[in-house]
Structure formats: C-alpha cells, structure tokens
Design a protein around this ligand. Structure first.
Ligand code: AMP
Length: 615
C-alpha cells in the first residue's frame, strides 16, 4: 500500500493498490485499511460516521438487493425476504444446520440433506456464499467510494474454529464479490495483531481473546512465537451474545407491561428499547424510557443481576478453554476484548477478575478484528517488515512409498508457504505409470493416516526398474493449499494436482491424529523396519530371479541350486514377517550372487573388447 511504481515503458506512475482487511461478521461486517501517512489501521465509515454494516441482505420482488442498515429496517416487515446471520450457514449442509433451523425466519431448503444449504427467497435460491458476497460487495463499494480507487485485494477473517469447507466458502464469497482474497485469517489472531501483540521477532506470548458479539461468544487461547500464531484451544457458544441480554431485559419489563407476544410491533419496540437501555447502562447507572407510551426504567445493578447467568456461562467457557489448552490463568500474558457486548461493565469486570489481569480494551471492540485484518493486509503488501506473520502446517504431508509406508515431504509445524521435493524411481522393468498417493498424518503406515489425493503419472517411457527418475514436489501456498506435482525427469512427462490439506478436519481430529502418532510410535517404528526390510528383500529377489533366467550360461548347476535354496529361505523369512532373519538372509543371498554379477560384467567387457585395439 502506498508504494509508487513507475511503468518503464510509458513513464507513468502506477499507484499500488490498497489491500483491505474485512471482518465478515455474523451480525455486523466492516472494512479497514492501514493509512499510508499515519501507518495506523483505520475502519472505513459512511457519511454518518458508521463503520458497521449489518450483515443483512434484503431482496425486493424483482430480486434487487439492499445490504446493511436499510435491509435491517425490513427485518420485521419482510422476514422471508430479509436474510441475516448467513455466516452461520457458510460451508454447511442442511443436516449440519437442521437443529438450528428454528433460529432462521427465512426459508432454508432441505431437499438434499447432504448438499450445501440453499436459501429460498421468492422463486429464487441462493447459497450462503452468494449471500455473503452481497455483503462483501457492499463493503468493497464503500471502500472504493472513500478511497477513490478500485479495491480488488482483501484479507478476510473467520472464526478460529471454522473448518476448511467454511474457509473455502468465505474465500469463494470474496471471489464472487470481485475480491482476490489474499489470506483468510483467524479472528482472534487478527484481534491480537491489531494490538501488535507478539508479532515482533523474538517474542513469545500466550493470549486469550474473549469475543462476545450480538449473537455469538468465542474464547480462543493463542500462542505467538516468532510471528507464528497457533490456536491452542477454542470454546464458546454459538447462540450467546448481546441479543440475549436484550431479551432478558425485554422479558423483565414485559412482566410489568404484560403486552402479548403476538403484538409484533410492541415486541419490536420492547426489544429496541432494551438494547438502547443496555448500551446506555454501559456508561450510566440508570435508564428510563417509554414503550408504547408506558414508562420503563432499570438501574445498572438490576441489569447486572438479570444478565449474570449469561456472563457466568462465558466465564465457564473461559475455564474450559484454558483446561483444553493445558494452561493456568497465570500463564496468560494478555487478554484481548472483542465484540460490542464487551462494553458491558459487568462483562469487562468479570473477565478481568477471572484472568486476574487488566484486559486490552483500548481499541473499539467492534472494529478490532477488521483493524487486525488491515494490519495483516499491510504486512502482505510488504509495507510492514517489522511484523512477521506465518502459519504452520498442523500435520505432516507425504506420499505412499513401497510397502504402504508414509514418506514425509513436509513435516508438521513447517512454516508456510513451503516447498519440498524428492526423487523416486520405478519398481518394475518397463513400468509406464506411477501412482502418487498423498497423505496427511504422523503415522509410519499410510493406512493409519488420512488420504488427501491420488493421481497417476502416466506415459513414463519403458526403461529398466530403477532407471526412471520421478521428482515429486509439494508446494503449500500461504493459504495452506497444497499443490503436488510429479515429473519423470528423463522424459519430462509431468502431472500435477491441487489438494486442500485440511479439508473437513476439525481441530479435534488433528489433535487425535497427533495423539495417535504418539501412542503408536513404538509399533510404528517396528512396522516400518519390517516393511523396509521386506521391500528391500523383494527387490533383491526380483533382481536375482531375473539374473538366473538371463545369465544361466555363466553359472554352474550347483551355483543355481544354491541360489534357489537361499531364495526359498528368504521368501520364508518374508512370509514369517521376521525382520532380523529377512535382513540376515538378504545379506547371504547378496554375498552369493555378487560374484556372479561380476562374472557377467567381465564377460561383457571381454565381448566388447574383442577385435579392438587398446590405445
Ligand atoms: P458485534 O456482533 O460485535 O457487532 O456486537 C454487537 C453487540 O454489541 C450487540 O448486541 C450490541 O447491542 C452490543 N453493543 C454495542 N454497543 C454496546 C454498548 N455500548 N454497551 C453494550 N452493548 C453494546
């Protein structure tokens, strides 16, 4: 950002494009940049000074859309045409969301339970990706209007617990909105970045990010070491937030007012006034107002009593997150507050008391995630070389080699982007193809790991076993997308495939795979040794048998018999799965056959020299 380049051909100045940071939220979304002159992140605001765009899309009869506050105003009047909380549906099938279906006032289609959900508005069907893209388009327009330049590159944040399908859906929504999504980053990571926590070289810290929004609560424990963020644990409640505070207060008042639930307009009034009161009480001790001409009031003390059970639930979740991360409260170096509901004094105080330290609340809690995304964008643009942000691969990546062994090309915890390669060869004479099976996991045998992809390298020209040189290379880009390619170097035959390494793996599954590898480490080493010995022995048997048929002439009958005997003994050792005996017999067979091979070489040499003069 802010860099000026010169087009050498025309001599004109090229203003390098701003990369924006976007917080695509469940309730509200917003867009931020790092300002060129001040180097500070800044949320972009409309003419009324508002940064938050409600994540709500309204469709009129003709399918035209409005996004944000104008759409929010139509929530009550046109519930079937006004789509909110679409983030809850991202990357999900109907089966995934069916238990929450009651939460949505619009129509979620359930004709094919395993397919990704669709939302019906009028006669049309929309995917959550399309719906999110309308919100992103609105943000993009806002930025273009303010910055007076086109905006095509973005960093978008997602919750730490989002799986690969949800991340991919977010990326697709960006693409649909005309944005090149350079990076998807975790919301708690972004919030920590906004505070500049731990991203400097040589520092290490453990951070708790407490995020209480309108409808969701997340607590994440992260470590940052030398610019590498790692999420240790996440916990929370996808249906707990400021809206619940509004509801308990509305219910409290309605006990006095006695308005019927069926009076939609009165209920709406009640809810709006409750939210107003809640916000007022964040800075004042009393609130009084009117609902449908009737006087209502509440003190902060009373409000605190009403919301105490809600706040307690978040504190319990904090304890669980710490336990899952294997940490004590004292080991947390910083606590970061995110989300509008952290403005509630009882929330702030309870979190401070629980962790026993002051919390970071200096930045606007509604904006802090977008600000962090802008900081990340600035790093990607190459403007901020002081901060370094890297991701790591959660599990090792490799391919299957002979005997079903896992050959790791990129070990777990490698920094990404990352490239690795290794050469392999053919097992059989004239082998025209090679199957490349890509696996993820820590176990020695691929059958215990997770298969990610498989492809065939075909068209290898006929050559003896061991002659082909197949270079397999792995490239993981900055988003964790793995590209695997295989090239036979002698002929140039090549093949490649893109793999998403974490597709569908939850954090728990990753953890389980790591744990399994530890529990089975001893067995794995034994199995690997046996498989390796067997593979080597089988190759030796192949070569020897081939030799026997081809070069019978140079061997005596006794030699042939002796060799056949040893072959049988070795085969027996293989079927007995006795690693030590296999190795022993392999040695013996090798010792016997080596002189034969030398004899053949000598004969060939003599043949070649026949009738030739040596200079
Ligand atoms: P978010 O999803 O992060 O945008 O959070 C929005 C939630 O924060 C809503 O429930 C708002 O009512 C709540 N909120 C916003 N401002 C305040 C405030 N001053 N005091 C208490 N809650 C607030």
């Amino acid at each position: 950002m802010g860099k000026v380049a010169i087009n050498i051909a025309t001599g004109s100045l090229l203003q390098e494009e701003t990369i924006v940071g976007i917080d695509l939220g469940t309730t509200n979304s917003l867009i931020a940049i790092v300002k060129t002159d001040t180097r500070q992140p800044l949320a972009l605001r409309d003419i009324d000074g508002l940064a938050l765009v409600p994540s709500i899309v309204h469709f009129d009869q003709n399918g035209n859309t409005t996004v944000g506050n104008p759409a929010k105003e139509l929530l009550v009047a046109e519930p079937e045409r006004t789509i909110y909380s679409v983030k809850r549906l991202m990357g999900k099938s109907y089966k995934d969301v069916s238990k929450d279906a009651g939460f949505f006032a619009y129509n979620i289609i359930d004709d094919d339970t395993d397919a990704l959900v669709k939302i019906q508005v009028g006669q049309k069907f929309y995917s959550p990706i399309e719906l999110s893209s309308y919100i992103l388009k609105e943000l993009k327009h806002r930025a273009e209007h303010i910055l007076k330049t086109s905006v095509t590159k973005a960093v978008i944040t997602v919750p730490a617990y989002f799986n690969d399908a949800q991340r991919q859906a977010t990326r697709d929504a960006g693409r649909l909105a005309g944005l090149d999504v350079l990076r998807i980053i975790n919301e708690p990571t972004a919030a920590s970045l906004a505070y500049g926590l731990g991203a400097k070289q040589g520092t290490e810290s453990t951070i708790a990010v407490y995020d209480l929004g309108g409808g969701t609560f997340d607590i994440s424990i992260l470590t940052i070491s030398n610019g590498i963020f790692e999420v240790l644990s996440t916990n929370g409640d996808t249906y707990l937030g400021g809206d619940d505070m509004d509801r308990v207060l509305a219910q409290h008042w309605n006990k006095e007012l006695g308005m019927p639930d069926s009076d939609k307009s009165a209920m709406q009034q009640l809810r709006i006034t409750a939210e107003e009161a809640k916000k007022h009480l964040s800075g004042n001790d009393n609130f009084s107002g009117t609902i449908n001409g009737k006087q209502v009031s509440i003190t902060r003390q009373q409000f605190n009593e009403l919301i105490q059970p809600l706040v307690d639930r978040t504190i319990t979740a904090c304890g669980n997150a710490l336990r899952d991360a294997g940490l004590k409260k004292e080991q947390i170096d910083a606590v970061v507050m995110v989300g509008g509901s952290t403005r509630v004094p009882l929330v702030k105080n309870s979190v401070r008391d629980f962790f026993g330290r002051e919390v970071h609340d200096e930045l606007n809690p509604d904006e802090v995630v977008a600000l962090g995304a802008a900081v990340q964008a600035d790093i990607l643009a190459g403007n901020n070389t002081e901060m370094l942000l890297l991701d790591v691969t959660p599990l090792s990546l490799g391919i299957e080699t002979m005997g079903g062994l896992m050959d790791v090309l990129i070990p777990r915890n490698s920094k990404i982007p990352m490239k690795a390669g290794r050469q392999y060869t053919t097992q059989k004479d004239g082998q025209g193809g090679m199957r490349i099976s890509v696996f993820q996991g820590e176990r020695d045998l691929v059958q215990d790991n997770r298969k990610l992809a498989e492809f065939n390298l075909t068209g290898i020209p006929g050559m003896p076993a061991g002659m082909a040189k197949v270079e397999v290379s792995f490239l993981i880009d900055a988003d964790g997308i793995l590209k695997v390619s295989a090239t036979e170097l002698r002929s140039g035959v090549a093949q490649s495939i893109d793999v998403k390494p974490q597709y569908g793996l939850t954090d728990e599954e990753v953890e389980k795979m790591l744990l399994d590898s530890l529990t089975h480490a001893k067995d794995d080493i034994k199995t690997r040794a046996l498989v390796e010995a067997t593979t080597e022995a089988q190759q030796m048997l192949d070569v020897t048998e081939k030799f026997l048929t081809k070069h019978r002439a140079v061997l005596t009958d006794e030699e042939i018999e002796l060799t056949n005997q040893r072959i049988q003994i070795l085969q027996q050792a293989i079927s007995d799965k006795d690693k030590d005996r296999i190795q022993q017999e392999l040695e013996i067979l090798n010792d016997i056959s080596r002189p034969y091979a030398e004899r053949v070489m000598d004969a060939a040499l003599k043949d070649a020299m026949k009738g030739k003069k040596v200079i």
